[in-house]
Design a binder for this molecule. Structure first.
Ligand SMILES: NC(=O)C1=CN([C@@H]2O[C@H](COP(=O)(O)OP(=O)(O)OC[C@H]3O[C@@H](n4cnc5c(N)ncnc54)[C@H](OP(=O)(O)O)[C@@H]3O)[C@@H](O)[C@H]2O)C=CC1
Ligand SMILES: CC1=C(/C=C/C(C)=C/C=C/C(C)=C/C=O)C(C)(C)CCC1
Length: 327
C-alpha cells in the first residue's frame, strides 16, 4: 500500500503540470475561437452560391446555410470532391437543395460556363460568397496566364461576380460576401509587375490578392449604391483548414506532430472560422451595410492601402480587361 502511495506521490507533480498546461491550452483555444454568429434566421427560399464549398471554411458555410433552409450551389474546381462534400452536407442537414457544380476559378471559360448554367437553373441569387482561395502557391499561372493567387483569389471572383450581378440585382435585397484576410495589411498592388514575373514570393503574391479582394469590395459597393445589392469583405481569422497544403514545411513530420498540436490552441476550428462569413451573409442588421470589412463578427478597420480609392478604380478597370468583360 505504502509503495502505491509513494508512486502516486512521485507522479502527482507530472500530472499536475500536464493538467495545468492542458487547462491553459483549453482556455487559449476557447478565447481564440473568436466571435460567433448566434442569431437564428430562416433562409428558406433564398438561393446562395459558395465558391470552394467542398472543404474548409466554405464547406462549413454551406453546411450552415443548408441547415437554415437555403438552396445552395457549391462552385468547386473538382467535380469529385464537390459531389462528395455535397452528399455529406445533404445527409447531415436533410436539405436536398444543395448542389455541386464545376467552376475552376483559374479558367475564365469555366467561370463563364458555371454562371451560364446557374442562370439556366435559377432565376434568383440572394447570397454570393466568394470564399475559394489559394495560398502559398509556387509560381504558377492560370489558364489565361495570370499569377495564380491574383488569378484565382481576385480575377476569377471578379469575373464571377460581374457575370452574376444581373441576377443579384433582380433578387435584391441580396449580398456579395468576399472572404479576404488580415494578410491584406501586408499587401501591395504591384502595378508594374502585377503577375510577379520579375520577382516572386508566395507570401507577397497572396497578400496582394487579399488586398485586391478589399479594393474590389469597396469599388463594387460604390458601383452598386442604390441597387439593394450589398458587398462586404471579412477576415475569418486563422483556422485549421487545408489552406496551408502547399507549404512544404507544413507537410513535414515536425510540423504535423510537434507544431500542429502546439499551435492547436491558437487556431479556430473551420466551423468557428466560418462565423464571420455567416454574419456578413445573414445578419438582418447588415441589410443596408456595404463596402465594409468585418472580423470576429464585428466591423474592423482596414489597412491604409485598402482605402486608396484611386487604386481601387485602377484595379477595377484593369480587371475588366484581364477578365475580358465586354464594356
Ligand atoms: N484558413 C485560414 O486560416 C484563413 C483562410 N482565409 C481565406 O479563407 C478562404 C477559404 O480558405 P480555407 O477554407 O481556409 O482553405 P481550404 O484550402 O481548406 O479551401 C480552399 C477552397 O478553395 C478551393 N479552390 C482553390 N482553387 C480553386 C480554383 N481554382 N477554383 C475553384 N475553387 C478553388 C479549394 O478547392 P480544392 O479543395 O479542390 O482544392 C477549396 O475548396 C480563402 O479565401 C482563404 O484565403 C483567410 C485567412 C485565414
Ligand atoms: C504552416 C503550419 C500550420 C498552418 C498554418 C496555417 C493554417 C496558416 C494559414 C495562414 C493564412 C491563410 C493566413 C492568412 O490569410 C500548422 C497547422 C499550424 C502546423 C504547422 C505548420
Amino acid at each position: 500500500m505504502e509503495i502505491v502511495i509513494r508512486f502516486l506521490q512521485s507522479i502527482a507533480p507530472v500530472f499536475l503540470a500536464h493538467g495545468i498546461v492542458g487547462i491553459i491550452a483549453f482556455c487559449v483555444r476557447l478565447y481564440m475561437q473568436g466571435g460567433k454568429f448566434r442569431k437564428q434566421t430562416d433562409e428558406t427560399g433564398k438561393v446562395a452560391i459558395v465558391t470552394g464549398g467542398n472543404t474548409g471554411l466554405g464547406k462549413e458555410t454551406v453546411m450552415e446555410l443548408a441547415r437554415r433552409g437555403a438552396t445552395v450551389y457549391m462552385a468547386c474546381r473538382s467535380k469529385e470532391k464537390g459531389e462528395r462534400a455535397c452528399r455529406e452536407i445533404v445527409k447531415e442537414t436533410g436539405n436536398s437543395n444543395v448542389f455541386s457544380r464545376e467552376c475552376d476559378l483559374s479558367s475564365l471559360d469555366s467561370i463563364r460556363k458555371f454562371a451560364e448554367n446557374f442562370k439556366k437553373e435559377q432565376r434568383e441569387l440572394h447570397i454570393l460568397i466568394n470564399n475559394a482561395g489559394v495560398f502559398w502557391e509556387p509560381h504558377r499561372l492560370t489558364k489565361e496566364g495570370f499569377e495564380m493567387h491574383l488569378g484565382v483569389n481576385h480575377i476569377g471572383h471578379f469575373l464571377l461576380t460581374n457575370l452574376l450581378l444581373d441576377v443579384l440585382e433582380r433578387s435584391a435585397p441580396s449580398r456579395v460576401v468576399v472572404v479576404a484576410s488580415r494578410a491584406h495589411e501586408r499587401g501591395q498592388i504591384k502595378v508594374d509587375d502585377i503577375n510577379s514575373s520579375e520577382f516572386y514570393d508566395e507570401g507577397v503574391a497572396y497578400c496582394q490578392s487579399k488586398l485586391a479582394n478589399i479594393l474590389f469590395t469597396r469599388e463594387l459597393a460604390k458601383r452598386l449604391e442604390g441597387t439593394g445589392v450589398t458587398v462586404n469583405a471579412l477576415n475569418p481569422g486563422i483556422a485549421d483548414t487545408e489552406i496551408a497544403r502547399n507549404m512544404i514545411f507544413f507537410q513535414t513530420k515536425f510540423a504535423q506532430t510537434i507544431l500542429r498540436p502546439l499551435l492547436w490552441a491558437m487556431m479556430k476550428t473551420p466551423k468557428n472560422g466560418a462565423q464571420t462569413t455567416l454574419y456578413a451573409a445573414l445578419d438582418p442588421d447588415l441589410e443596408k451595410v456595404s463596402g465594409q470589412y468585418f472580423s470576429d463578427c464585428a466591423l474592423a478597420p482596414v489597412a491604409p492601402a485598402a482605402l486608396d480609392d484611386q487604386m481601387a478604380q485602377w484595379l477595377w478597370v484593369q480587371s475588366e480587361k484581364w477578365a475580358k468583360i465586354a464594356l
